[in-house]
Structures are given as structure tokens and as C-alpha cells.
Design a protein around this ligand. Structure first.
Ligand code: SAM
Ligand code: SF4
Length: 330
């Protein structure tokens, strides 16, 4: 019988975020320093076979129904199609999604769709070329826009755009939403969290969800979407009477930890029950010491008991996790 991933507060994790690599071809200021980071040695990263085995255990034995591949930049892994094809063959078939910076999506979208990928979230924080270069430290805006178009043409829908607006950049929200409405992408604006490698995040200068909504209201009429939110982090609004919508993810100012249904697997085979966990559970050592599937599933279940009630960003005792976002998997 399948026994799911239940924590001490009765929450059940059914959504697995798998980080495929900590490497990236961009250097977004809220995530990575200009010089990059000390990447994990290849020998420490889960192999294709190890990843596929953990996915099988997660879906078959632990009740995972949604798998999202992320990183670092997941498109940097040459075996992404093979891992997706494996996951698509599992029973019950999980929903398969990808979070990517979109830089090399144009040439991969149709193959990934054929492998079984259902949908993508593409990170794009501004449609202004100079601002894009400033935020990501790379001049790749045109490639990302081409990636978005290719994703939609390949049927990786709904195509979602994830935007994090850095300090002073709330004005980027309006042109981003204009682009998304015109092209048929779903925009989701995410509050910046204290997960940057440089530990420079400050509560006082972050762009809040309220500030985003106020900026959007200068140009659009927003009506709260009439739908149960469940465990979805985005609060959705219908724009100008529909059909377009926009979501805001107020991770810091309106945390949704009480409804969290997520668990994370890092590229080096560690389970994290929260982005902000101080603890990790090492499945890689188990895998490489010959443990059987039952032992791995048992350790994964036990790891859930360490999941905290909330991320505590607003607590005076809050400590930013040692791993930056790129090494956890966003
Ligand atoms: N490289 C891929 C990308 O950028 O989409 C996947 C990994 S990235 C870490 C996943 C998501 O996390 C992106 O949408 C990114 O904007 C977001 N992210 C990164 N650092 C963040 C931070 N400090 N606060 C909030 N979101 C962040
Ligand atoms: Fe790379 Fe994504 Fe981090 Fe940007 S947010 S540096 S694209 S991992």
C-alpha cells in the first residue's frame, strides 16, 4: 500500500521539486554572484539512473503526483529528455513541469514535449533589454522570448512566466503583463526571498505583492479570481474582465506554509522539506551504499517529520539557509 509523505502538521507532500544541477548560464542578481559559485563536483550529482530510481520510488511508493524539474538551469542537463521520458512512464503518471530561464528552450521545447513534459514556467523579470542584462548579467532576452514562443507552439501549456522584481523595479510589472496578455502566457510575479548567494536581501527594499498590485492597477482592472486557492501559492486575478489572468506569489508578506504540499530533492541527492530548511536528509549515501527501495522510501517518509510549520522569514531568529536558491531548486 502507498503511504504518503505526511508531516507532523498533517500536511501531505504530493509535489516534488527536483533540482537537476546547481549550474546556470545566467547570473541573476537575486540568486547568484557574477562569478558563479563553486559548483558541485560531477561525482556528487545524481546520475540519470539514480534520478530515475528516486522518481520511481517517489511516484510508486510515496504518493507524488506532480514533478517539477528545476535547478540551477535544468536545460543544462543533457539527459533531461531521458529523465522526463522515464517519469512519464510511471504509474500513476505524474504531471510533469519544468522551471527554466528559457535561454535554450527554443531548440529543446518540441523534444521535451515529445518526451512527456506537460508544461513550463519560464523566468523573465523584465521585457526591457537593458534591464534584462542588468538583472541576469547576460544579454539573452531575445533567446528567452524565442523560448517562450517555442514552448507555446510545442503545446507546453499553459506557458507561465515567473517574474521576480528586484528593489526599485516594480514598474516592470505593467509591460510584462502586456506581453503576457498579448501572447497568451500566464504571468506570476513572485516576491523576492532571502535566498541569494550574497545574502544581500533586505525586507525594507523588497518589492511586495501589494506594491505589484498597486502598480498593475494603474493600467489594468484586476478582479480576484473566483476559485479555491488550495495549495497553489499564487493569488490569481482576472485582468480587464478576462480571459487573461495574473498571479502574485506573496511568499514573504502573505506566507502560505500552512497549505504547503511540496518536498524538494537537490541535485546531490538530499531531501529538503522546505526552501528554508536547516536540515537535509541524505538519500545519495543510501543509494550508493546499496539500500533497497523500501529503506529509501522509509528514510524519505521519516524526513517529512522534520518539516517546520512555516519558513519564519519574519521571525527575529530567522537564519538564511546556507545553500543558495540555485543549489536548492526553486
Ligand atoms: N534557472 C531556472 C529559472 O531561473 O527559472 C530554474 C531555477 S530558479 C532558482 C527557479 C525560480 O526561482 C526562478 O523563477 C527564479 O526567478 C526564482 N528565484 C531565484 N532566486 C529567488 C529569490 N531570491 N527569491 C524568489 N525567487 C527566486
Ligand atoms: Fe540561474 Fe535561475 Fe538563478 Fe537566474 S534564477 S541565476 S536563471 S538558477
Amino acid at each position: 500500500m502507498t503511504t504518503g509523505l505526511v508531516d507532523r502538521f498533517g500536511r501531505v507532500a504530493t509535489d516534488l521539486r527536483v533540482s537537476l544541477t546547481d549550474r546556470c548560464n545566467l547570473r541573476c542578481r537575486y540568486c547568484m554572484p557574477a562569478e558563479g559559485l563553486a559548483w558541485m563536483a560531477n561525482a556528487r550529482v545524481l546520475t540519470t539512473a539514480e534520478l530515475c530510481r528516486l522518481l520511481t520510488i517517489a511516484v510508486r511508493d510515496l504518493g507524488i503526483t506532480v514533478v517539477r524539474f528545476t535547478g540551477g538551469e535544468p536545460l543544462l542537463r543533457a539527459d533531461l529528455g531521458a529523465v522526463i521520458a522515464h517519469a512519464a512512464g510511471l504509474q500513476p503518471r505524474p504531471e510533469l513541469a519544468l522551471t527554466t530561464n528559457g535561454v535554450s528552450l527554443a531548440r529543446r521545447a518540441s523534444d521535451l514535449r515529445a518526451a512527456g513534459l506537460d508544461r513550463v514556467n519560464v523566468s523573465l523579470d523584465t521585457v526591457d533589454r537593458t534591464a534584462y542584462l542588468e538583472v541576469t548579467r547576460r544579454d539573452r532576452l531575445d533567446d528567452v522570448l524565442a523560448g517562450l514562443r517555442a514552448a507555446q507552439a510545442a503545446g507546453l501549456t499553459p506557458v507561465k512566466v515567473n517574474a521576480v522584481l528586484g528593489p526599485g523595479r516594480v514598474g516592470d510589472a505593467v509591460p510584462l503583463l502586456e506581453l503576457c496578455l498579448e501572447a497568451g502566457y500566464e504571468l506570476r510575479i513572485i516576491e523576492q526571498m532571502p535566498l541569494d548567494a550574497g545574502h544581500t536581501w533586505e525586507r525594507s527594499s523588497m518589492v511586495t505583492a501589494d506594491a505589484v498590485l498597486a502598480a498593475l492597477a494603474t493600467r489594468f482592472q484586476l478582479t480576484p479570481a473566483d476559485e479555491p486557492r488550495g495549495s497553489a501559492p499564487a493569488e490569481r486575478f482576472v485582468v480587464d474582465g478576462g480571459p487573461g489572468t495574473v498571479g502574485v506569489i506573496a511568499s514573504v508578506t502573505r506566507p502560505f506554509c500552512g497549505d504547503c504540499d511540496r518536498v524538494r530533492l537537490t541535485a546531490d541527492g538530499k531531501i529538503r522539506t522546505c526552501l528554508f530548511s536547516e536540515e537535509e536528509t541524505d538519500l545519495m549515501s543510501l543509494l550508493r551504499s546499496g539500500a533497497d527501495d523500501t529503506a529509501i522510501a522509509g528514510t524519505w517518509r521519516a524526513a517529512m517529520l522534520g518539516k517546520q510549520a512555516g519558513h519564519g522569514i519574519d521571525d527575529p531568529t530567522f537564519l538564511q539557509p546556507t545553500r543558495p536558491m540555485s543549489a536548492i531548486g526553486g
